[in-house]
Ligand binder design. Structure first.
Ligand code: GLY
Ligand code: MN
Ligand code: MN
Length: 441
């Protein structure tokens, strides 16, 4: 399964339509990030740039210009030129010919000509769209181009008079996934589920967190994928650190381990969390807390339905977690008052999910006109409630301290109810214990 140029073209068509006539949109890919001296981080195209172009090389800018009608727009790609010597060092480049032949640009230019060519393109455009505020350097460059176009335009009415936020259009497009995009996310989720399953099978007391992370990476890499965010592998109380990524401690007998890790497939992300016992058996305290989180997650997933508010899953999760903690004696008081005062935040301090897509925390507004937006088909959201009892929390009995649990799945909003992409890794207590016991045999 691979997106085709026809898919990327359809997206450009839709963008051009929304831009209106006589407009220009300029979008650059991500800059290369240097790690130190001659070493850089492996390049990952900017999501919105890739969304429109399918072009994964660094140093590239796409330009879309509409004319009197939005249907006959021009798509230009500025990219690196072919260069025999540099290609020997750093690999293949499509070059300007490839941009036209393989990426279906109407015209292509060497990236070095951008400052020169863009001025001509700005003439006679009413509006310019770009992603304001992403990179100060690019903002400054665009401002410079607009000024230059104004200065060079002798008639005085030809340079764009409106500067508009391109993100507004692209983010909204990206929020609603097509069937093909859902298929890619399903593949990313299946590979990620396989990685979590392998982690459950391989873990044992005394193993280091990074060694367990290696088991996840093994599956990601065997499938040609990379993690969609830094993997969290936290044993015991490390699970209570929400963004724990050191992953350098031993996994102890009797502790749980929380893994929040997943990969991306063709720039489409998955995002999974599972929490399971290092020795394969939940203790009574772990079991009790885990079941509350699981019940909260089921209730929250059930709210991911067309027409429900974005916030409904969170409210469902909060109620079940508060109720569960009350029953176990970790909280005291009246449930409605505890919810009203957000007392649960001592143990559950994050939201229940976020949009998921090309970015793990994907684009798309959460509110419209100040109100939480409603779920609609094609949206994808994570559902990830948790309970975290700080190791030094003296308000609770010692036996509960240092337990951190989160369960996270990826859910598509459909007319037929919630569609879970990440169900290929178990999460029921019995199913986890059975899988782990089988692996030990
Ligand atoms: N892995 C990041 C998150 O769950 O939001
Ligand atoms: Mn998440
Ligand atoms: Mn996650």
């Amino acid at each position: 399964m691979k997106l085709t140029q026809a898919d990327f073209e359809r997206r450009r068509d839709r963008l051009a339509e929304q831009m209106g006539p006589n407009s220009i949109a300029i979008i650059e890919t991500s800059p290369v990030a240097y790690r130190n001296r001659d070493a850089d981080y492996k390049f990952r195209a900017d999501s919105s740039f890739f969304y429109l172009t399918g072009f994964a090389e660094p140093e590239a800018v796409a330009v879309i210009e509409t004319g009197e009608s939005t249907a006959d727009y021009t798509y230009s790609l500025f990219c690196r030129e072919r260069n025999r010597e540099l290609e020997i060092w750093n690999g293949y480049r499509a070059g300007v010919d490839g941009a036209v032949e393989d990426y279906e640009a109407d015209e292509a230019f060497a990236i070095d000509l951008l400052d020169e060519e863009i001025i001509e393109k700005l003439f006679n455009k009413g509006a310019i769209y770009y992603r304001i505020g992403h990179r100060a350097e690019f903002d400054a460059r665009v401002s410079q181009w607009i000024k230059q176009a104004q200065d060079q335009d002798k008639r005085g009415d030809g340079a764009p008079s409106q500067v508009l936020q391109l993100d507004r259009l692209l983010d909204e497009m990206r929020l609603f996934k097509s069937e093909e995009e859902i298929q890619l996310m399903q593949i990313a989720s299946d590979i990620s589920a396989q990685a979590h399953t392998r982690a459950m099978q391989k873990v044992h007391p005394g193993m280091k967190e990074y060694a367990l992370e290696a088991e996840l990476n093994y599956v990601f890499n065997q499938n040609g994928c990379v993690p969609s965010y830094n993997s969290i592998v936290g044993g015991g109380a490390n699970a209570c650190i929400l963004h724990y990524v050191e992953n350098n401690q031993p996994l102890n007998d009797g502790d749980l381990v929380l893994i929040d890790a997943a990969c991306e497939y063709q720039c489409y992300a998955s995002d999974i969390t599972r929490t399971f016992p290092v020795n394969g058996r939940f203790s009574p305290e772990q079991r009790a807390l885990y079941q509350i989180v699981l019940d909260a997650q089921y209730a929250a997933i059930d709210q991911v339905r067309v027409g429900r508010s974005y916030r409904d899953p969170h409210e469902a999760a909060v109620r079940i977690i508060t109720q569960g903690l009350l029953q176990l004696g970790l909280m005291r008081g009246a449930i409605d008052e505890l919810i009203e005062k957000e007392a649960y935040r001592q143990f559950y301090m994050h939201g229940t999910g976020h949009w998921l897509g090309m970015d793990v925390h994907d684009v798309g507004a959460y509110k419209v006109a100040g109100k939480w937006r409603s779920y609609a088909p094609g949206m994808v959201v994570t559902v990830e409630p948790g309970i975290y009892i700080a190791p030094d929390d003296e308000t609770v009995d010692e036996k509960w301290r240092g337990i951190g649990i989160r369960i996270e799945d990826d859910v598509v909003v459909t007319e037929d109810g919630p569609l879970i992409l990440t169900q290929n890794v178990v999460k029921e207590i019995d199913a986890i214990e059975t899988l782990m016991a089988q692996a030990k045999r």
